[in-house]
Design a protein around this ligand. Structure first.
Ligand code: IPE
Ligand code: IPE
Ligand code: MG
Length: 265
């Protein structure tokens, strides 16, 4: 399937052109790309005296609400961190729950997502993922490839450091083969070798659950992203909190290392 560069075991979309942040942009308009660290399923469950697995199930419902809301609010790109490369260190039973939920989500929701015009892309590694699930993921990407209502990027089995190392390796191979000069390796070239090639950098990163860390998510791409941390647990998330986060974002002054209009005069 031509959407993915499979030769290096990647799930990367490889088409389109890397976009750049607009320098000296003022009060930002609506975010073009929102990325979310969907955290707190387990704590939501324990707060309600329920097993963690139920928290993850409720988390899937929050995913449905969020995708719907993002379409209603005309957000062009939504990236959801669904499973990190470090999440393999969780107990086997929890990993099984999470993989099972991912499979069921695709089986149950793919037709509806397609009908709603959602284009699905997946970033992360193919290694260690059950082939049946991998086939479902490939099917989802292939079926929705021409949709235009929203691009939903699912970060699955994803870790940003590994993504950057893989991009560096791919460029090193080009150099070793004599097809690329080390002098030609620049920010654009490295960005284009990442899983997110062709996807604009996130304008807004939301993390639920009160944690204030990035947990190996989009380290390169978030160089000038605005962060909004919410105390709510992920199963509590939906349109209302998405709008709260967007409103906070719209109050920010994105300077990209430059000066604000006020301080420039
Ligand atoms: C997010 O919720 C889901 C995944 C990381 C897959 P958690 O499972 O991390 O929930 P907490 O952080 O333990 O509450
Ligand atoms: C980040 O949450 C990963 C996902 C939401 C998929 P974690 O719960 O794994 O992050 P840490 O361990 O608290 O940093
Ligand atoms: Mg967590």
């Amino acid at each position: 399937m031509k959407h993915f560069a499979r030769s290096n075991g990647s799930l990367s979309p490889v088409t389109e052109i890397q976009s750049k942040a607009v320098p000296h942009e003022r009060k930002p308009a609506q975010p073009r790309h929102i990325a979310i660290i969907m955290d707190g399923n387990g704590r939501w469950a324990s707060k309600h005296g329920l097993p963690r697995a139920i928290g993850h199930q409720r988390g899937v419902e929050a995913v449905r609400r969020t995708v719907r809301a993002a379409i209603e609010l005309s957000v062009p790109y939504l990236t959801l961190y669904s499973f990190s490369s470090e999440n393999w260190s969780r107990p086997a039973a929890e990993i099984d729950d999470l993989m099972g939920l991912m499979k069921r989500f695709i089986k149950r929701d793919l037709a509806e997502l397609h009908h709603a015009g959602v284009k699905i892309l997946v970033i992360g590694e193919r290694t260690k993922v059950d082939p049946e699930l991998m086939a479902l993921i490939d099917e989802a990407v292939e079926l929705t490839r021409n949709n235009t209502a929203i691009t939903l990027v699912v970060a699955f089995n994803y870790g940003a450091r590994a993504e950057i190392a893989k991009a560096a390796r791919a460029l090193a191979v080009e150099v070793a083969a004599g097809r690329l000069s080390p002098d030609d390796i620049n920010v654009d070239r490295l960005g284009a070798a990442l899983d997110t090639a062709g996807i604009p950098d996130p304008d807004l990163l939301i993390r639920t659950s009160g944690e204030m860390r990035i947990s190996n998510f989009l380290l390169w791409q978030c160089a000038y992203t605005e962060f909004v941390f919410l105390d709510a647990f992920w199963p509590e998330f939906g349109r209302e909190l998405l709008e709260v986060a967007i409103a906070r974002y719209c109050e920010r002054d994105r300077r990209y290392g430059g000066l604000t209009r006020q301080s420039a005069v």
